[in-house]
Design a protein around this ligand. Structure first.
Ligand SMILES: Nc1ncnc2c1ncn2[C@@H]1O[C@H](COP(=O)(O)OP(=O)(O)OP(=O)(O)O)[C@@H](O)[C@H]1O
Ligand SMILES: [Mg+2]
Length: 308
């Protein structure tokens, strides 16, 4: 394995009784990159991540973290990674600070060092003034931030964050993003899951979109957008009667589109002219916008919306 690879995954599978949660994924994640695992609920993101951070047994396939075999070297891997699970798992009987200190002892961090790191992480997560509060009295967003601080107590080389910003207010999300940028500047490798496509687009160097245990695409957000959507999206609302007429005309003119309920999004490719699409539509409410990773997500994994 080359030295710039942090995580190498070959044909990885996880089966729970009769459910295949991860169905043969292949992936290389590079050192220093922020990698996003995206996909609808139940796609297998958490399960894939749990195998990576050695908390779920591998059914079959190969998985190496920092050159170490996840099937044989789980203990050593765990000492070099940080984990922020989807369920926080904080200890409600302890204070904010104690939650960090207890975790530091699991990681054999000397007491003085543990205090210094805890204080600095609490400051970064804007929790310093709550350090003596019992975890039970924290809001959901504060707990999330404390779980992030806890996951970083061992100054890990690789950090796994399962939906780190779910449920956070806009301001707290910006703190977390700043914090990711800080981690990236320190050359940490970050693997995160998120349901916020604008967050993935901004924060992730590359993303994988998963569905039903499989990886559908891997790439840089802007490359996926350019390849799968195009240069712009022309959007209009129609009614069930006119819909088929419009779709027929768009097809005849070579335009790709996606339809969600009564909204048609025309995906204008680099080689096409958006004005030609607009001329096909008899509506005074036409929106033209930049394509986003959300369009890619809906195209690949939005079948539940379309099948309704
Ligand atoms: N411990 C378990 N036992 C049985 N089935 C499980 C278990 N954990 C997950 N699954 C199943 O595996 C599939 C993938 O679940 P997973 O939690 O990995 O999805 P996810 O992509 O993280 O979803 P979400 O976006 O909702 O967090 C789902 O069908 C889920 O019901
Ligand atoms: Mg999950």
């Amino acid at each position: 394995m080359s030295s710039n690879v942090a995580i190498e995954i070959k044909d990885l599978r996880k089966k729970y009784e009769d459910k295949i949660a991860v169905d043969g994924i292949n992936l290389e994640i590079y050192k220093g990159e922020c990698f996003g695992l995206l996909g609808p609920n139940g796609a297998g993101k958490t399960t894939a991540m749990k195998m990576m951070y050695c908390s779920a047994l591998i059914t079959s396939g190969e998985l190496y973290i920092l050159g170490l075999n996840a099937k044989k070297n789980a203990r050593e891997i765990k000492s070099r990674i940080g984990v922020v699970p989807q369920e926080d798992g904080l200890d409600p009987d302890f204070t904010v600070l104690e939650n960090l200190l207890v975790y530091a002892t699991y990681n054999n961090i000397p007491k003085e060092e543990a205090h210094l790191r805890s204080q600095s992480l609490l400051r970064l997560m804007r929790l310093d003034e709550y350090q003596d509060r019992s975890v039970e009295t924290l809001s959901g967003g504060m707990k999330r931030r404390l779980a992030i601080a806890r996951g970083l107590i061992n100054s890990p080389d690789v950090v796994f964050l399962d939906e780190p910003t779910t449920g956070l207010d806009p301001q707290a999300r910006i703190w977390i993003w700043d914090f990711f940028k800080h981690l990236k500047s320190e050359k940490s490798t970050i693997i995160l899951t998120t349901h916020y496509m604008e967050e993935a687009e901004q924060m992730c160097d590359r993303v994988a979109i998963m569905d039903e245990g499989k990886i559908l695409v891997i790439g840089k957000p802007r490359d996926l957008i350019a390849e799968l959507i195009g240069k712009e999206v022309v959007e209009f609302d129609t009614n069930p009667v006119d819909l088929n007429y419009y779709l027929g005309r768009l097809r005849a003119e070579g335009f790709a589109y996606q339809v969600i309920k009564n909204t048609v999004s025309i995906l204008v490719k680099e080689s096409q002219d958006g004005r030609q699409a607009i001329n096909l539509i008899a509506s005074d409410k036409i929106f033209i916008r930049k394509p986003t990773l959300n369009d890619v997500f809906l195209k690949l994994a939005g079948h539940q919306l379309r099948d309704e």
